[in-house]
Ligand binder design. Sequence first.
Ligand code: NAP
Length: 386
Amino acid sequence: MSKARRIVILGSTGSIGTGALSVVEAAPDDFDVVGLSAYRNTELLAEQAERFRADRVVFGDADTTADVALPGGVEALSGAEGLDALASDPSVDVVVNALVGASGLGPAMAAVRAGHQLAIANKESLVAAGELITALATVTGSELVPVDSEHSAIFRCLRGVHHDEVEGITLTASGGPLRDAHASTLETATIEDVLKHPTWEMGAKVTVDSATMFNKGLEVLEAHWLFGLGFDRIEVVVHRESVVHSLVRLKDGSQLAHLGDPDMRVPIQYAMYYPDPPTVSFGGRTLSEFGALHFEPLEESRYPCFGLALEAGRRGGTAPAVAATADECAVDAFVTRRLPFGGIAAVIERTLERTSSGAAESLEAIRAAETEAAAVASELIRELNT
Ligand SMILES: NC(=O)c1ccc[n+]([C@@H]2O[C@H](COP(=O)([O-])OP(=O)(O)OC[C@H]3O[C@@H](n4cnc5c(N)ncnc54)[C@H](OP(=O)(O)O)[C@@H]3O)[C@@H](O)[C@H]2O)c1
């Protein structure tokens, strides 16, 4: 790489965000950290700003700005406007969107509108506004590079493959923290059961989404937009070792796979350096050290949230934004013990039934659908909690 990349990491205090900063730490001459952001973890944000000499920081929660001492010369912005301003800073080369949930949508659009390379961890933005984001990227020349390990695997396998060769793709799924739980106990799983993921260490929301497999449904929608494939060409298989990150199926009957240890720094680094080659090795067992690898069909009846995400995707328009919002509300209620685990699917299903979905033709239309869905989902959570 000829010069240091000017990088913004939105959600720098989270699981993906700290992973991105560990990539910077491993090769400090390759990156200039322009900006970082947090929501409530403001102390850590201030420490990161000092350590990585950031120019600007954004406090996602505008109310927390006043309490924090920042190093001299660091500019502080706040709220959704601050995130948009940082994501569209004209001096930036790469924006890592490691925000969680709907908070990532506005900044994703801002980064793409500015023509920046967008390293996308925040799958929710593509789920809600895939058509808008991909169409805008075509106009502005913004490059969309996935950070999700499955999509990064597909992205890498597809380099050099003609699109006419591709039959479809296979996303692998670990099966999540409840994969071995008896079906009769799933409805009443606790937050403690769910936060023990077998192969990946992640933030709370994505870990709960992995347990319900809503996450895998969102990943199918994400793949649909990133790779321009119909839903019938995207298959999901359970692979408990999380070593084969995903596969491309070719029309000649062969398949291309991307393998490695389950370490998110690998796909994060890839997206931060793309199209240049990544420079740091994050370990790596040999094939014989991986041992036996297992693949099983996904038992969809165990995971109603997976089917609901796909149903929303097939319905199209604002339905995926509605389903994702309902899930976000339900997961928050589950984590704060206001909803049983089995209630998450019920909230998504009934929110989809009780809201009208329209065309996802603008950010405003998507925001309006999200607002309506959040109100309906909150009401349902109250009903299910009484
Ligand atoms: N973790 C993984 O291994 C993994 C793998 C694949 C994809 N992803 C995707 O990557 C995204 C981030 O996941 P994560 O696990 O890194 O999440 P996380 O650990 O919960 O971190 C989320 C980040 O977003 C900030 N944030 C939270 N709510 C916000 C709001 N309303 N406004 C602005 N900022 C907000 C948090 O700030 P505070 O720390 O201050 O709360 C934190 O910096 C998700 O879309 C997830 O699906 C994650």
